[in-house]
Design a protein around this ligand. Structure first.
Ligand code: SAH
Length: 356
């Protein structure tokens, strides 16, 4: 790699710092951000309202480094999945979900994932590295400017655990919500996490995005198995952290994601447990039918069991939706994103040894 600074890594504050470093006035950062993110221009020579000397310096010292689109897979329902290749040949996936009045982009935050949730196909790939802020926002840039997608919402629900890559994620969120860039309201950006509690408190200090939490179980015993990070940050830590996250505004709610696994977490008694667990938190519950992938031992709950579970929660007063599975014919549904990960966690190797 060239070692040149990637301009996509800069949010407005970082761009201002660069201007100062180059001996220019900070306000030029505004124009730079606008050219790149609002207008989609990556060639500094075309940024005609920047002073000549600044353009020359930027041309010499910086670049706009975008991932390569390896291929695009449109599903029958209009959902489209892209496979992107990064400069070090790692691959990530992103998904666009069009609806009548919305266009949602689902972006990845890491190459692979280290958390090893048992029902997630990204987890099976192992983990390689964090994405940079530039690689995060490049997904939004590509969708908007190269692929021409309408974007009203961004969800950090692709590959990876966003709170394990907090600094880069916050920079990218700053750009998504910046009026000079993508202009998304803070609540139109949703960060989904399996619950890295200290990072959740830090995020709350710097951002007001919508929060989705991968709960998936109503008690520690089961959650320890399904979402192993629970052993480190159990429910008695996670629930108060989530409550604190939305406490500054009466209208805000935590969205709890709950994957429906047949005979594992979908019994009526578990729905009752869930209502007790969440009683003190302003909550929305999103039931996600499990999306199978090759090699998994889990099965999706039957529609009857999902409906019964939903009714239970609704009767207890919780807004409860069932997520429509989109794009499953091209493996673009939740938990099916794999990319191509060179596993550094050696998880594949451990699995092979364990079964040998
Ligand atoms: N690491 C983050 C974001 C990634 S996934 C997190 O854990 O929240 C987005 C959602 O899809 C999470 O709720 C995740 O638990 C869920 N998911 C993962 N695999 C799934 C599968 N096979 N079927 C349905 N949902 C799945």
């Amino acid at each position: 790699m060239s070692g040149l600074l990637n301009l996509l890594d800069l949010d407005r504050t970082a761009a201002e710092a660069l201007m100062v470093q180059l001996g220019e006035r900070p306000f030029h950062a505004r124009n730079l951000i606008r050219w790149i993110h609002k207008r989609g221009v990556t060639d500094v020579a075309q940024m005609t309202d920047l002073p000549q000397a600044l353009r020359a310096a930027l041309q010499q010292q910086t670049q706009v480094l975008l991932p390569e689109v390896v291929f695009q897979q449109p599903a029958l329902d209009g959902t489209t999945k892209w496979l992107l290749q990064l400069p070090d040949e790692q691959r990530i996936e992103m998904v666009h979900i069009p609806e009548a009045k919305r266009g949602t982009l689902c972006v990845s935050s890491q190459v692979g994932c280290a958390l090893d949730c048992t029902f997630c196909s990204t987890a099976q790939q192992g983990f390689n590295r964090n994405l940079s802020a530039g690689e995060l926002i490049a997904q939004v840039w590509l969708a908007r400017h190269r692929l021409g997608r309408k974007l009203t919402n961004v969800v950090l629900m692709g590959m990876g655990e966003p709170l394990a890559n907090l600094a880069a994620v916050v920079r990218a969120i700053n750009l998504m919500t910046d009026d000079l860039a993508y202009m998304l309201g803070q609540t139109r950006v949703t960060l989904s996490t399996s619950g890295i509690v200290p990072a959740l408190y830090r995020l709350r200090e710097v951002s007001n995005v919508s929060l989705a939490v991968s709960l998936h179980a109503p008690d520690n015993d089961l959650r320890d198995q399904l979402v192993p990070i629970n052993r480190k940050y159990p429910l008695e830590q996670l629930i108060p952290a989530c409550r604190a996250f939305v406490a500054n505004d009466k209208r805000r709610k935590v969205t709890w994601e709950y994957v429906m696994l047949d005979q594992v977490n979908d019994a009526p008694a578990q729905a009752r447990q869930l209502t007790r667990l969440l009683a003190q938190v302003p909550s929305k519950i999103n039931l996600i039918p499990f999306n199978p992938f090759p090699g998994t031992l889990y099965r999706t709950s039957s529609p009857e069991r999902i409906l019964a579970f939903q009714q239970h929660l609704q009767q207890a007063g919780f807004v409860t939706t069932i997520r429509k599975t989109r794009g499953d014919d091209v493996a673009a549904a939740c938990g099916q994103l794999v990319g191509r990960v060179q596993d550094r966690s050696r998880r594949q190797q451990q699995r092979t040894q364990a079964t040998a």
